[in-house]
Design a protein around this ligand. Structure first.
Ligand code: NAD
Length: 478
């Protein structure tokens, strides 16, 4: 299938029409560095049109019976599953995700449509007597209004559906601004939602390579009542400031720096399996990626030996070849950034073992294990976002917990050990999510999110729906 067959749409999707612009943005295939396609490079004018469309659609969509909203979401789920191969191939081409990772992402992305569709018809309120007895309190949950959703490139489908599905379930309308690196998946989702019967204008997609002014224009428009952002802490912080002007509700899913703790009573082979998922899913380009391995001295040699062999055996290559296990990084700049972090770690006394070579002219970085990492090595304070595993040997639980918490980030952690010791350690970690004897925490029914500089709010689960709802009540004389 050609790229034009996989992804026929190149305009921004506004009020149910593809809007083309004179200026275009190239979309690059990271496996080769070649251009795949060009999409509209929308500006402030298109973002204003998207907000107009979402505002016009709001009263009717929020008044649409919950069952109808649920059915649109259920159809979107079925279409996503039916189109798995095409969506997976498109993500593999534009983002560099291996096909198994891409298919897993499509399943995860689809489940948000299904799960939040199931919630749409369950939205309720409360009826209480005020303590004085003078009134009844009727509490209801209303859609927050027009939302602006800003998503990153690393999970082009799931980061979008994790926001779109609860917004639609709650009765909100929206503008989505996908990352400039991966607009094609977002445009495919717009077409899919249209095919699912979503009324036009409810979802609008604005593709741009100038996110500052375009996103800023939406945040300065007081019809926009909600910003949900997934991306770096630096950009998130700037958008929080900008959101203050109109006192916009915000959800922030920001950067991580996940510790992966291996305790002396861990099943080491299980820990390695978990480490491979937590470190290597999406080539390490995940906010939940294990970023620091804190391994007890009693099992450190065994863990390192098995883990290094498994990393060295990974087949690195073009993302969309069926047997590839590690694809490229998103850009050449990303590769240079990872190389610089490894070089800095080595300059601070660590040793880097590169476990295979670059296979071609795409943006590849080989799996790398960094050992001899002292607790003050700067690599432990940076989000690596690539297939590099720094390993710190620790002597006891206290040291593991201290090092795990010694960071500004607080998104995810992983702990391997007997249930009692793993839970004891997990409870002390300053993070929003812990994988206990599991290398994966993401689940559409669970409240995904972080503490400290990793963000505000939760996505997924009942908490994820509440992010798109306002609570209001009536005090009724009795
Ligand atoms: P990024 O912050 O550069 O970009 C994220 C989004 O913000 C993109 O759509 C981008 O176009 C937009 N953007 C960039 N500059 C902007 C500006 N000045 N104004 C408005 N919008 C702007 O992040 P990225 O490189 O795309 O993604 C990687 C980061 O995202 C990592 O830090 C990763 O940890 C984080 N992330 C977090 C989660 C989570 O759920 N916590 C999930 C995935 C990725």
């Amino acid at each position: 299938m050609t790229i034009d067959q996989l992804s026929p749409d190149r305009g921004a999707w506004i009020a149910g029409e593809w809007r083309h612009t004179s200026d275009v943005t190239p979309v690059i295939n990271p496996s080769t560095g070649d251009q795949l396609a060009e999409v509209a490079n929308a500006g402030v004018e298109e973002m204003k049109a998207a907000v107009d469309a979402a505002s016009e659609a709001l009263s009717s969509w929020s008044a649409t019976p919950p069952r109808t909203r649920a059915e649109v979401l259920r159809t979107a789920y079925e279409l996503t599953v039916a189109r798995t191969d095409d969506i997976a191939m498109l993500m593999s081409l534009e983002m560099g995700k291996t096909l198994p990772d891409a298919r897993a992402e499509v399943a995860y992305a689809a489940e948000f449509f299904r799960w939040f569709g199931e919630q749409a018809a369950q939205i309720g309120g409360e009826f209480r007597t005020s303590p004085s007895g003078a009134a009844k309190i009727l509490t209801s949950r209303k859609p927050v209004g027009v939302c602006l959703l800003v998503t990153p490139w690393n999970f082009p489908a799931a980061m979008a559906t994790r926001k779109i599905a609860p917004a639609l379930a709650a009765g909100c309308t929206l503008g989505l601004k996908p990352a400039a690196e991966t607009p094609l998946t977002a445009l495919l989702l717009a077409r899919l939602l249209d095919d699912a019967g979503l009324p036009r204008g409810v979802v609008n997609v604005v593709t741009t390579e100038n996110p500052g002014p375009v996103v800023g224009a939406a945040l300065d428009d007081n019809r926009v009542r909600k910003l949900s952002f997934t991306g770096s802490t630096t950009v998130g912080r700037a958008l929080l400031e900008r959101s203050a002007t109109n006192v916009i509700r915000t959800s922030m899913e920001l950067g991580g720096n996940a510790p992966f703790v291996v305790l002396p009573d861990a099943e080491v082979e299980d820990a390695v399996e978990g480490a491979l998922i937590a470190k290597m899913q999406n080539g390490g380009q995940a906010c939940t990626a294990a970023n620091r391995f804190l391994v007890h001295r009693a099992v450190a040699d065994q863990f390192l030996d098995i883990f290094s062999h498994r990393l060295a055996a990974l087949r690195i290559g073009m993302a969309y070849q069926p047997d590839t296990q590690l694809g490229p990084m998103i850009t050449d700049r990303a590769v240079s950034g990872i190389q610089a972090k490894v070089a800095e770690a080595v300059a601070h006394g660590a040793t880097a073992d590169t476990l295979s070579s670059r296979p071609g002219r795409g943006y590849f970085h080989p799996p790398t294990v960094v050992t001899g990492v002292a607790p003050d090595n700067p690599i432990l304070q940076q989000e690596i976002f690539g297939p590099v595993a720094p390993i710190v040997v620790v002597d006891d639980e206290e040291e593991a917990v201290h090092l795990a918490n010694d960071t500004d980030a607080g998104l995810t952690a992983y702990v391997y050990g007997s249930l009692s010791s793993a839970l004891r350690v997990a409870e002390q970690l300053e993070v929003g999510m812990v994988g206990v004897n599991r290398g994966l925490v993401s689940d559409p029914a669970a409240p995904f999110g972080g503490v400290k500089n990793s963000g505000l709010g939760r996505e997924g689960g009942h908490e994820g729906l509440a992010e798109y709802q306002e609570t209001s009540y009536m005090s009724v004389a009795w």
